[in-house]
Design a protein around this ligand. Structure first.
Ligand code: NDP
Length: 318
């Protein structure tokens, strides 16, 4: 395999990746950014972003990510379609394989691969995926106009999805496995005051009903043991996310949940020249603004690393 030499390789295209690209490009690092399976990242499947500073009237998630990309392109960041499928960080320069066939040899690597939606793990969930089962109300809600649907989860994502769906659907059941929600108070209030959202407390999913298409959801009240079938055509899973870090597992230090560990106050990882930013390394804040902030940190750290390396190489050559 022939390896293309790159000074700064950025893997992932959410707020972290694009911010890293903007900073790296302006610093003259000629970054190459691979967008991954979902160009623009998680914000492309969200509705309005109201808390990103600089947009006083809010902005659509997809629109905001197009702005990020446009800004990175303005400084000639080389933005490409493609997915990093494996890495070899055992020797320097670092090697990254794109789409299982194209090799990159990178002097610095910035990981901004984000996180993906989690599933409950039911067999029927995968069988009926796209046939009533979804992890994205904004992407698929439109298909359930005027129908009854279920949302699973009790965090901000679930609250947001339930509120979004309540504007399209006849009825939304929100399945909460405990007797309280984890979502912020303002989001909870939105859910609890919506006329067509019914919160089913202490309720878990047993199975999905339907062979070719979703026809219902079998649920159990974990306090009373009572089982019921909810006759719905849509089932939206909103129970959190998993960091997209599997390909780095053999080289980078990860926490128990799979988030990349960075050295405090920096974007540096345990491997020299490899930096991590955004949701791939943030189990706590997980916001677009914090992702963008750490993307900036990663680019500045990469720039410093490359500059120090160049000085070292110059000195050892003399
Ligand atoms: P969270 O981890 O906050 O919440 C996940 C929820 O899913 C929890 O309530 C959890 O229940 C529930 N859950 C997990 N596994 C299961 C299961 N097997 N069955 C049933 N329920 C389950 O994830 P979110 O995606 O909601 O939010 C992630 C972060 O993003 C948060 O920091 C959030 O504030 C932020 N966010 C902010 C938004 C905004 O500001 N507009 C919008 C969306 C997210 P339990 O509580 O019992 O553990």
């Amino acid at each position: 395999m022939i390896f293309e030499k790159v000074d700064c390789l950025i893997i992932g295209s959410g707020p972290a990746g694009y911010t890293a690209a903007i900073y790296a490009a302006r610093a003259g690092l000629k970054p190459v950014l691979y967008q991954g399976p979902q160009p623009g990242g998680q914000l492309t499947i969200t509705t309005d972003v109201e808390n990103y500073p600089g947009y006083p009237d809010g902005v659509g998630g997809p629109e905001m990510m197009m702005d990020f990309e446009k800004q990175a392109r303005r400084f000639d960041a080389d933005i490409r379609y493609g997915l990093a499928t494996s890495v070899d960080f055992s020797s320097y320069p670092h090697k990254v394989i794109i789409d299982e066939q194209q090799g990159i040899e990178a002097s610095s690597v910035i990981i901004s691969t984000g996180a993906s939606a989690k599933w409950l793990g039911l067999k029927a969930e995968q069988r009926l995926n796209g046939k009533g089962v979804s992890a994205c109300a904004v992407c698929d809600g439109f298909f359930f106009r005027g129908q009854d649907v279920v949302v699973v989860g009790a965090g901000d994502t679930a609250a947001e999805e339930a509120s979004y769906l309540s504007k399209l659907c006849r009825k939304v059941y929100l399945l909460v496995r405990r007797d309280e929600m984890r979502a912020s108070k303002i989001m909870q209030k939105r859910v609890l005051t919506a006329h067509n959202i019914e919160v089913l407390w202490n309720t878990e999913t047993v199975d999905l009903v339907g062979e070719e298409e979703l026809e219902g959801v079998k649920v159990i009240n974990n306090k009373t043991g009572q089982e019921t079938v909810l006759h719905v055509t849509g089932f939206f899973v909103a129970i959190g996310h998993k960091p997209n870090t599997d390909i780095f597992r053999d080289y980078l230090d990860l926490d128990e949940a799979g988030y990349i560990k960075t050295i405090k106050g920096s974007a540096r990882t345990n491997i020299e020249g490899v930096f991590a930013c955004g949701d791939a390394q943030d189990n706590v804040y997980r916001q677009a603004i914090t992702a963008a902030g750490t993307g900036c940190m990663a680019a500045l750290d990469a720039e410093r690393f490359l500059a120090e390396k160049a000085v070292y190489e110059e000195e050892t050559e003399v």
